[in-house]
Design a protein around this ligand. Structure first.
Ligand SMILES: Nc1ncnc2c1ncn2[C@@H]1O[C@H](COP(=O)(O)OP(=O)(O)O)[C@@H](O)[C@H]1O
Ligand SMILES: CC(=O)N[C@@H](CCC(=O)OP(=O)(O)O)C(=O)O
Length: 330
């Protein structure tokens, strides 16, 4: 019997496998899993102890399952020794609430035209509804998430912002531009092992409250925290090269290349890419735009060799940044 087996193996040219079939089957399923875990090792080493600011967009958070998967990913980062900060939007949720009140939603250059009445709704929906939901989902895993808005502890200070349309300054109401960030309260939470969840609202030095685009709020906070990475989750695969004519995703571009593209962008991509550009210019390692509709895209981006979406790297690209290319660690 043994002889027969040996000669069969020899005719196939392979080594003789004396392992019982059950063990072989176990190895067959276990090894790929182990390889996937080991693939994460260089990235765990690279990002351990670093701060990652994740912007969760309103369009990516309309699906309950996606929200749960997002919360799992963020808690995973926390357990992996990375310090995640969540900055959230809620555009669609604000639109829905305004609609219920019979109020119109209007945007100029990707920014909501914000009257005093709209501002009340923005504040209520972001801080009272969306942020509470995210905090609740994260805290299903432990006592981690603490919600706050940019108004708290003077985290975000803004001045009135005008939208630029064809070179003209357009008044869009109570929309703010962040001019100062005091990240101390956020840093204290991170140092305490918590996960700060920040709503994109700011105050001005004279006590006004401003509506801040969440991409820009995330970018400013990432810069002030000296974050390793800004990750923006949205409802497209990344930055399309020639949108809406094509949906070819640009996988990687430098700050200068992005700056050149800026005038060609439209709608929600304008503040998103402005935020990415600003962040890498301010010293954030990389800024990435990912498809929030894909479950666990955050984990896939951070812990696997194949990047998903668009990555913006600083100018000029040095060796360290090259290592972070979507091709993986060299
Ligand atoms: N070049 C582009 N690449 C990808 N999306 C673009 C581009 N230009 C405009 N967009 C639009 O921007 C939208 C993303 O912005 P937005 O709706 O504000 O997302 P979020 O709610 O995640 O902040 C996309 O759904 C798409 O319609
Ligand atoms: C000034 C401005 O446009 N503020 C945004 C804030 C929320 C946001 O940015 O939400 P998303 O990330 O889901 O788009 C708004 O009112 O819709």
């Amino acid at each position: 019997m043994t002889l027969e087996k040996k000669s069969a193996a020899a005719t196939h040219g392979g080594p003789v496998n004396t392992e019982p079939a059950a063990k072989q089957a176990r190895n067959h399923t276990a090894l790929p899993k182990a390889r996937t875990l080991i693939e994460a090792l260089p990235w765990l080493e690279r990002f351990h102890g670093r701060t990652v600011v994740v912007k969760f967009g309103g369009n990516a958070m309309v699906d309950e399952e996606l929200k749960r998967a997002f919360a799992q990913d963020v808690v995973f980062l926390r357990y992996a020794g990375i310090k995640p900060v969540v900055v959230h939007g809620g555009g669609p949720q604000i639109n829905a609430h305004l609609d219920r009140l019979g109020l119109e939603s209007s945007f100029t250059a990707g920014l909501r035209v914000t009257t005093a009445e709209t501002m009340d709704v923005v504040r209520m929906v972001l801080a009272g509804q969306v942020q509470r939901q995210l905090v609740g989902l994260l805290n299903e895993h432990g006592p981690f998430a603490v919600g706050m808005t940019g108004e708290d502890a003077h985290i975000l200070t803004a001045v009135k912002r005008y939208a630029e349309v064809d070179g003209e300054q357009v008044d869009i109401g109570l929309v703010g531009d962040i001019v100062k960030v005091e990240p101390g309260a956020v840093q204290a939470l991170l140092d305490d092992g918590r996960i700060p969840v920040v709503s994109s609202i700011a105050r001005s030095d004279d006590g006004h409250v401003y509506n801040i685009n969440a991409d820009l709020a995330a970018s400013a906070l990432a810069s002030a925290l000296g974050a390793e990475m800004l990750v923006v989750l949205t409802d497209v695969e990344g930055l399309y090269a020639d949108w809406p004519a094509s949906d070819d995703v640009i996988s990687r571009l430098t700050a200068s290349e992005l700056e050149e593209l800026m005038p060609t962008l439209s709608s929600g991509m304008v503040p998103k890419m402005e935020g990415c550009l600003q962040a890498v210019r301010d010293g954030v390692g990389t800024a990435r735009v990912l498809d929030g509709r894909v479950q666990h895209s955050l984990l896939l981006e951070i812990f696997t060799d194949e990047g998903v979406g668009t990555m913006v790297v600083p100018d000029p690209v040095d060796d360290t940044i090259d290592d972070l290319n979507h091709g993986g660690l060299a």
